[in-house]
Design a protein around this ligand. Structure first.
Ligand SMILES: [Zn+2]
Length: 182
C-alpha cells in the first residue's frame, strides 16, 4: 500500500526533520513546498489525475527553525499545554493544567528527549495506558500535529527506519554499519 509508505523529510538545510506519510510528502511536493531529492526505487504513484515518481526523501524549500520555535516559550510545561490547546493529544479530552500531564511521546527509556517536540498534553488515563510505549506500539496516534512537535517526534525512530531505507542514510549522518573485525 503506497499510502503506508514512509518518506524522510529534510529541512532546507538537509537536516532530517522526521518521517512523514507518502500522501503528505506528495502534498508538499504538489504545493511546491518541498522538492524530491531521492526516489523510492522506480515506483510510480498513479491517480486518475496525475502520475508521479514515488519520493523517498523530500526537502523543504523554506528553512524551518524548529529550535527558535521552542525557545519562544517561557515555561515549557505551560507552553506545551497551550500549544496542545489543553487537550489530551491521544483521546482529545479537554482539561485544566491540573487535570493534564505531559507525556513523553517517545518514552525516555527509549531514547526520547524532554524537548517540547517530544512532549504532549495527555490526560492521566491515556498517560497510564500508553505507559512505556511509542504511540505506534500503543496504537494511540496523536490527534493533532503542531509542526514543531510533528517534525520532531519521530527523530528517535529514524535510526531504525534507516535500516530498511539505505537511500536515507546519508541524510541521517549515521555512522557506517559497525563491522566487527575479530
Ligand atoms: Zn486522554
Amino acid at each position: 500500500m503506497w499510502a503506508m509508505r514512509r518518506v524522510l523529510l529534510l529541512n532546507a538545510s538537509y537536516e532530517a526533520l522526521g518521517i512523514i506519510s507518502m500522501p503528505r510528502a506528495v502534498r508538499l511536493v504538489w504545493k511546491k513546498s518541498a522538492e524530491v531529492v531521492e526516489l523510492d526505487g522506480s515506483a510510480i504513484l498513479r491517480s486518475p489525475t496525475f502520475s508521479l515518481p514515488a519520493p523517498s526523501v523530500v526537502r523543504l524549500k523554506d528553512y524551518i527553525d524548529v529550535r527558535a520555535r521552542q525557545r519562544r516559550s517561557a515555561s515549557k510545561r505551560q507552553a506545551v499545554l497551550m500549544r496542545d490547546k489543553f487537550r489530551c493529544q491521544y483521546c482529545g479530552v479537554k482539561g485544566t493544567s491540573f487535570e493534564l500531564t505531559l507525556d513523553h511521546i517517545i518514552p525516555r527509556s527509549r531514547g526520547g528527549t524532554t524537548e517540547p517536540e517530544n512532549l504532549c498534553a495527555s490526560c492521566f488515563t491515556c498517560n497510564q495506558r500508553k505507559g512505556d510505549r511509542t504511540p505506534d506500539e500503543a496504537r494511540m496516534p496523536l490527534i493533532s500535529h503542531p509542526s514543531a512537535l510533528y517534525y520532531g517526534l519521530e527523530k528517535a525512530a529514524l535510526r531504525g527506519a534507516a535500516e530498511t531505507r539505505p537511500e536515507w542514510r546519508k541524510y541521517l549522518f549515521l555512522p557506517e554499519l559497525e563491522i566487527n573485525v575479530a
